[in-house]
Ligand binder design. Structure first.
Ligand SMILES: [Zn+2]
Length: 168
């Protein structure tokens, strides 16, 4: 499932933690760990991705200053504030598509039945969880376990912070 109007991202390695958070929300997000800014810009242009970076030099590139390519200069060095900045700037929906992307590979997850995962998940998980997803690339099995719930709660907190701030 691809949503045509949803923003897609490429995260520079100086703001790498953003990649996982955006994937938790369900946004298609590449992590750029190459050395050449030009490579990142070329990928962003080719795939229509918004660049998230802490590098002020990239912001001076002509493709960005003339509006051909969208980039956001991340101002904080704290991951939570970085996430808050991106959510507020683009008005992102924290509940966009939870549980849709592999947090490691950025691949859309595929639904698996309980029977299909029976032999690969721990018995207590099998007993308590009914919904499973598998990454077609790394074959990790995901379920809405405690780790996932903790990340969702953190995201919700960020949105509430955003709303409160808007009142002033
Ligand atoms: Zn994966």
């Amino acid at each position: 499932m691809r949503l045509i109007n949803a923003p897609k991202f490429i995260v520079d390695n100086n703001a790498g933690k953003l990649a996982k958070w955006l994937r938790v929300m369900g946004y298609d997000t590449l992590f750029f760990n190459g050395r050449s800014d030009s490579g990142m810009i070329a990928t962003a242009l080719a795939e229509g991705r918004i660049i998230l970076t802490r590098d002020t030099q990239i912001m001076k590139r002509r493709v960005i200053t003339n509006g051909q390519l969208k980039a956001i200069l991340i101002t904080s060095d704290q991951p939570e504030l970085q996430m808050h900045q991106v959510i507020a700037t683009l008005n992102l929906d924290c509940q966009f598509r939870p549980f849709a992307m592999c947090l490691e590979c950025n691949q859309p997850l595929v639904v698996r039945s309980r029977e299909q995962v029976k032999d690969v998940v721990p018995p207590y998980v099998f007993q308590t969880q009914s919904q499973y997803m598998e990454c077609p690339a790394c074959h990790r099995i995901f379920w809405r376990g405690t780790h996932w719930q903790a990340m969702t709660r953190k995201l919700n907190k960020l949105t509430q912070y955003q709303r409160k701030e808007g009142e002033f």
